[in-house]
Design a protein around this ligand. Sequence first.
Ligand code: NDP
Length: 454
Amino acid sequence: MDFEFDLIVVGAGSGGLAAAKRAASYGAKVAIIEVNKIGGTCVIRGCVPKKLMVYAANNRSNMYSAEGYGLISKEITFKSNILLKNVREEVSRLSELHSNSLKKLNVEVFEGHGRFLNQNFIEIVCPKTKNILGKVSAKKILISVGGKPKKLNIPGIEYAWSSDDIFELKDFPKTLLIVGGGYIACEFASIFKNLGTEVTQLVRGKNLLNGFDKDLSECLEKSMTALGIDLKFKNQLKSIKKINGNLESTLASGNKLLTQNILIATGREPNLERLHLENLNLKMDGAFLEVNELNQTSNPNIFAIGDVIKKPNLTPVAIEQGRVFADNYFAYHKRRVNYKNIPKAVFTIPEISTVGLSEEEAKEIYSEVNIKIFKCSFNPMSNTFKKNKSKCLLKLVVNKMNDKVLGCHMFGEAASEIIQMVSVSLNAGITKKDFDTTMALHPTISEEFVTMYG
Ligand code: NDP
């Protein structure tokens, strides 16, 4: 049977775009279906607009230390409406760039919700009217619809924001309750507080950033507390009430909090429900689609990448999955995604970045006696004239049996830029001796990585 396309990609986020562009570059006839702006979570309502806000927060934080350098200015005024408008314009520009590159590669774009009729046919539906706009067919279909914020099932949840709502705001709130202790909660707590909002952060566990090296989450906790973020651990949100334009939160402890707004950041989940997957009977892995190492689902014509599968839900991972899929099926270039040593960062101020195993993970895998920890914590030179001085932390987790560096962790300025490069050496199997025999670059923060002795 002939189909209109070689490949239909459902979802034009980072992963879907990477797959569509790579397959089209090999001469495949490709269609892509998207209901929102081209770009997906990362470009439209995630990494990109968030990072622009981090730059704003960083600039303001630096302005407060300017006097120490003799830079005297009048009172700093933050106009959040200007920041939000500029961020939206930049996001639209990037979305347009992606649309143009799809055009250049002759990828046909269909606007609307895609839903499966069978393993080769997809129906496109208008999200507003629910009218069926058309039907397209392909030999292969790639699901790259991404994730969506998880909602808490509590009374009054309709008054709270998810991270998606932040980028639609006209102005920043004066007071904000943030629920969660993960990536999104910590990053927004840092952005809002550094830009003048009073922030309370509610965490159900006893520490921030579960799964990260404990030393890093402790450093972040100290720094966020010193900045004035009101961290409340071992507590949960039970209900929300609207009172005279503000929101009253009732906590599990019985305490009440009054804030202008509430941001729920309690994780994300695959955005699969509108795809009509019941027509296909695909195997699931919990809420995620089950795939093999070629990203093929239990139906050989259907593939899945990004936040709908159970792999690290990070933009570069989705992009690589998309490219590997296209290389394998449209260029017959056999290769696999390398999931080892994926660098991660939490863009707080200062930031956290990490690659490889945490101390806790390494001890569990190799046993405590076989692990050696090297770490140093100090006031970086950039703190000299700062009012809020967060010490930085550098840490290496080493396998005593073969001297291999298993994990490299950092809390401090430019941590993400440093760890990105260290991840190359971890991938290549670097040893502690390699660190020790590398010359330091002075004066930097990261020079301490090559001068740590146990
Ligand atoms: P995370 O999984 O990072 O954090 C979720 C947080 O919510 C945890 O603290 C979790 O607690 C808490 N939580 C979960 N359920 C509840 C509940 N019912 N009540 C109270 N607290 C709850 O998710 P995020 O939403 O922050 O981010 C989603 C994903 O997006 C990340 O995992 C990451 O993959 C990606 N992301 C990456 C970024 C980056 O690379 N810089 C930035 C932003 C997002 P507990 O730990 O106890 O489970």
